[in-house]
Design a protein around this ligand. Structure first.
Ligand code: ADP
Ligand code: MG
Length: 702
C-alpha cells in the first residue's frame, strides 16, 4: 500500500479496535489514524524474563516486575469507591497495591489467592512498599518467556483502561499494525545521512521501537528516531534563519558616535568585564553587517547583562535610531528604567517608561513623542507590543525575558515599522545548551561567562524549623553590620489563598521578632498597587528598611547591592531556576552574602536534590542542567513555548550528543545547498513541508 494512505487509515479499521475504542483512543490519546498509533512510542521497556522479589525492592528502582499472590482486597469510600487496595505477597515480603481510579474495573480483574504478575514503580509509604496503579495480569495467562524479552510499556489513561486499552492491549494492537499486510512507511532521510551516521532504516526502526528483537536493535532504533526528530527541528530552524537573513535587511549601525563614546569615557561606573566587551563586539559586528541581528544573550544572574543592553542601545541611538527594551514584569521594567535614566542623567538622551499602569494622559504623550522620534529609548512591559505603539525609526529591540515571551510575540515586535529592527533576547537565568539550541536555534548566541570582579561567591545553607531561632539571631547580626535582608515566601497560583495567609503570618512573626523602632520591615506582594510596590521598593533601596518580606514578585532582576541575605521560606516548593534567581538578588555588593533555604524536615528525593544542588554550586549553567533533568523541557521553556520542545522521542536532558550531530548535519547540508534545491535533498524538503503543515493545523486547533 502507499505509505501515505496506509498511515492515514482511520484507527477503527485496525483489527481489534472498532468504533468504541477508536473514540477513546482519539479523545484520550489523540490517536485517530494508523500513523498516530505508530508514533505512540513506549515510554519504557520491561524485560519480561526478569522478576524482582519484594524483599529486594528499593525506592531508587524505576519500574519493576514482581510475581505474587493477591489477598486483603479492600474498597474504601462511603457512597462511591474512592480507593481500593490489595496485598501482594511473594514469600519474601508483602507490598500494598493501591488504586484511586478505575476501581470498578479492577474489582473484576483482581482475584484473591491467585498468582499475578505486577509491574509498576515501587514507592515507600508509612515505611512499607506500595505501588499505585500498577499494571497486572494473571500469571497463568501471561505468555511464557524464554531468554531476555523486551516489552514496550505504553502510556495510557484510566478511561482507556476501562475500555480495555491498557498498555498490554496497546502493545497487542501495535503487533497487529506492524504485521499488517499493507504496512508501509517511507524513508525520510537521504541515503547519504543514513550511511554517514550508520542509521537504521526507518521501517526497521519503527518495528524495533515497538517490538525490539534485542537490546542492540532497540538502541539502534531509538538512535535513528531521535536523530531524525532532532535533525528536522534543526534543519527548520537553520533554514528559517537563512531565509530571514536573505530576505530582511537590518538597519546599518555603522558609526560609533558621541553618545556611546561619551558615556564610555565619562560615566561608565566600572571597567567592563572581558566577557561584556566580547559580547558588545559581537553585537556591534552583527548590527554593522547590513543584516538584521537576531541574537540571544545568555549570562548568569548578576553577570551585567543590563549594561550590555544599555551600551547596545547607545550604539543604535548614535545612528539616529530609537531603541526599546521590554521586561516581563512591571517591577523589572521600572528598575530598568531607573537604571538607564540614572546612567544617562547627565547626557542628552530621552528615556520613557510604558507599562500597564501608565496613566492615560502620560501614555498619550509618550506615544506621540515616540512617533515623532523625540523619545529615543522606551522601556516597558507587554504594553509595548500593542499596535498603537508606533516608532519613528526603531533600530533595536531588547527583550529581557525569563522565557515569558513566545515566539509569536517576539515576531510581533519586529514588525513595528517597515524596516525590521535588530533583536537582542536576554535570558534571565541560563538555560541548558540543548534547550537553547532548540528554543532559540534560529538565533545567534552570545554568552557572558564571567561575573564582575570582586564578587564573593554567595554562601548557601539549608536549614529547617528547628534552626529558626538561630536564623533570627543571624539576621540580627547581619543587620547590626549594616546589611539588609530579604525574606521570600512562595506564591503558587493553585494555593494562592493559603500562600497569602502564610505570607501575612510570616510578616507578623517578623514584625514581632524585629520590633520598631529598632527595626523597619517592608512588605511587598503582587496584590499591592504598583505605586505602593514602588514606594516600598524605594524605601528598601534607600536603606530605610532593614527587612523586605515578599513573595516572588521580587524574583527577577531586582537590584539592591546592600542587601546581602536572602532567606527563602518553604524553599522545597520552588523550582531550581527560581531559587537561583532569588538567590541572585544578593551577592551584588562587595560584602559576603548568604542564602538560607528554609524547608520542612522531611523532603522527597527531588526536593533534596534541589537543595543539595543549590548548596553545592552558584553556577547557573550547572543548575540549569539539573533543572532540565528534573522538570523536563516543557516546564523550563514556559507555557507559550513548550510546544516547540515537546518532543516525541528525543530527550533534551540526555541526548545532547545526538542533538549536536543533528545540528551539524543540518548545517552541512545547508552549507552545500542553502536553498535546498539539489535533487537529493528534495526528500528533506518534502518532510519539512509536511512538518510545517502539521504545525499549522495544530495551531489552528489550539
Ligand atoms: P543581570 O545580568 O543579572 O541582569 P545586572 O545587569 O543587574 O545583572 O548587573 C548586576 C550588577 O552588577 C549591577 O549592579 C551592575 O551595575 C553591576 N555590574 C555590571 N557590570 C559590571 C562590571 N563590569 N563591573 C562591576 N559591576 C558591574
Ligand atoms: Mg537582569
Amino acid at each position: 500500500m502507499n505509505p501515505h494512505s496506509f498511515l492515514n487509515t482511520k484507527i477503527e479499521f485496525l483489527k481489534g479496535v472498532g468504533p468504541l475504542k477508536a473514540d477513546v483512543f482519539r479523545k484520550e490519546l489523540g490517536i485517530s489514524v494508523f500513523g498516530d498509533l505508530v508514533k505512540h512510542y513506549p515510554f519504557r521497556y520491561i524485560d519480561r524474563s526478569k522478576f524482582h522479589t519484594i524483599a529486594s525492592l528499593n525506592e531508587e528502582m524505576s519500574y519493576v516486575q514482581v510475581k505474587g499472590t493477591i489477598s486483603n482486597i479492600k474498597v474504601f469510600g462511603a457512597k462511591r469507591a474512592t480507593r481500593m487496595s490489595a496485598i501482594l505477597s511473594d514469600g519474601t515480603g508483602q507490598m500494598e497495591l493501591v488504586w484511586f481510579q478505575g476501581i470498578k474495573w479492577m474489582k473484576d480483574v483482581l482475584r484473591p489467592q491467585v498468582e499475578f504478575i505486577v509491574f509498576g514503580k515501587p514507592t515507600v509509604f508509612n515505611g512499607k512498599f506500595n505501588m499505585v496503579h500498577p499494571d497486572l495480569e494473571e500469571s497463568s495467562k501471561a505468555e511464557k518467556v524464554i531468554g531476555p524479552s523486551l516489552v514496550g510499556v505504553y502510556s495510557t489513561t484510566e478511561k482507556c483502561k476501562v475500555k480495555g486499552l491498557d498498555s498490554k492491549a496497546i502493545q497487542k494492537l501495535m503487533k497487529t499494525l506492524l504485521s499488517h499486510p499493507g504496512f508501509a512507511v517511507e524513508e525520510r532521510l537521504t541515503p547519504e545521512l543514513i550511511s554517514h551516521f550508520k542509521l537504521m532504516d526507518r521501517p526497521s526502526a519503527l518495528v524495533n521501537i515497538h517490538l525490539p528483537a534485542d537490546e542492540q536493535k532497540l538502541a539502534a532504533a531509538e538512535y535513528r528516531l531521535k536523530f531524525e526528530e532532532l535533525f528536522f527541528i534543526q534543519l527548520r530552524l537553520l533554514r528559517a534563519k537563512w531565509n530571514r537573513q536573505q530576505s530582511v535587511k537590518g538597519k546599518p549601525i555603522g558609526t560609533i558616535g558621541d553618545l556611546l563614546n561619551g558615556y564610555y569615557k565619562n560615566y561608565l561606573p566600572f571597567e567592563l568585564t572581558n566577557a561584556q566587551k566580547r559580547v558588545l563586539k559581537e553585537i556591534r559586528q552583527d548590527m554593522g553587517s547590513g543584516k538584521q541581528m537576531n541574537r540571544l544573550l545568555q549570562g548568569d544572574v548578576g553577570s551585567g547583562k543590563t549594561m550590555v543592553a544599555l551600551l547596545s542601545m547607545l550604539m543604535v541611538l548614535d545612528n539616529g535610531l530609537q531603541a526599546c527594551m521590554m521586561a516581563p514584569t512591571e517591577i523589572l521594567a521600572n528598575q530598568h528604567f531607573q537604571y538607564v535614566s540614572e546612567a544617562l542623567q547627565d547626557m542628552d538622551v530621552r528615556v520613557g517608561l510604558l507599562t500597564g499602569s501608565t496613566k492615560t494622559a502620560h501614555r498619550k504623550f509618550l506615544l506621540e513623542e515616540l512617533k515623532e522620534g523625540r523619545l529615543q529609548i522606551i522601556i516597558g512591559t507587554h504594553a509595548l507590543i500593542e499596535d498603537r505603539v508606533q516608532f519613528q525609526n526603531l533600530g533595536l529591540v531588547i527583550i529581557d525575558e525569563q522565557h515569558r515571551f513566545g515566539v509569536e510575540q517576539r515576531g510581533k515586535l519586529w514588525m513595528k515599522d517597515d524596516f525590521v529592527p535588530h533583536v537582542l533576547v536576554m535570558t534571565a537565568t541560563p538555560i541548558p545548551r540543548t534547550l537553547a539550541m532548540t528554543l532559540y536555534g534560529d538565533l545567534d548566541s552570545s554568552v557572558i561567562d564571567e561575573l564582575p570582579p570582586g564578587r564573593k561567591p554567595i554562601r548557601t545553607i539549608h536549614r529547617n524549623e528547628s534552626n529558626r531561632l538561630a536564623v533570627f539571631g543571624f539576621i540580627r547580626d547581619e543587620i547590626a553590620k549594616g546589611r539588609q535582608i530579604y525574606i521570600v515566601y512562595p506564591l503558587i497560583e493553585e494555593s494562592e489563598k493559603l500562600d497569602y495567609t502564610n505570607l501575612m503570618e510570616g510578616y507578623d512573626t517578623i514584625c514581632k521578632e524585629f520590633p520598631l523602632p529598632t527595626y523597619q520591615v517592608s512588605i511587598m506582594n503582587g496584590r499591592m498597587k504598583a505605586v505602593d510596590k514602588d514606594f516600598e521598593m524605594a524605601r528598601f533601596k534607600n536603606g530605610q528598611t532593614h527587612i523586605m518580606v515578599a513573595t516572588t514578585v521580587i524574583e527577577v532582576g531586582v537590584n539592591v547591592p546592600n542587601a546581602s541575605v536572602m532567606i527563602i521560606e518553604s524553599a522545597e516548593r520552588f523550582g531550581l531556576s527560581q531559587l537561583h534567581q532569588l538567590r541572585g538578588r544578593v551577592g551584588r555588593g562587595a560584602e559576603q552574602s548568604f542564602c538560607v533555604l528554609m524547608t520542612g524536615e522531611k523532603l522527597g528525593n527531588d526536593a533534596r536534590l534541589r537543595m543539595r544542588t543549590m548548596v553545592e554550586t552558584n553556577d547557573g549553567f550547572k543548575i540549569a542542567e539539573v533543572d532540565l533533568e528534573l522538570r523536563g523541557p516543557g516546564d523550563l521553556a514556559g507555557k507559550q513555548q513548550s510546544g516547540i520542545v515537546n518532543l516525541q522521542i528525543a530527550n533534551l536532558a540526555k541526548d545532547q550528543r545526538i542533538l549536536e550531530l543533528a545540528r551539524n548535519a543540518a548545517t552541512d547540508i545547508l552549507n552545500k545547498d542553502e536553498k535546498l534545491i539539489l535533487p537529493q535533498n528534495q526528500l528533506l524538503v518534502e518532510q519539512l513541508s509536511l512538518l510545517e503543515e502539521a504545525d499549522a493545523n495544530l495551531s489552528r486547533v489550539s
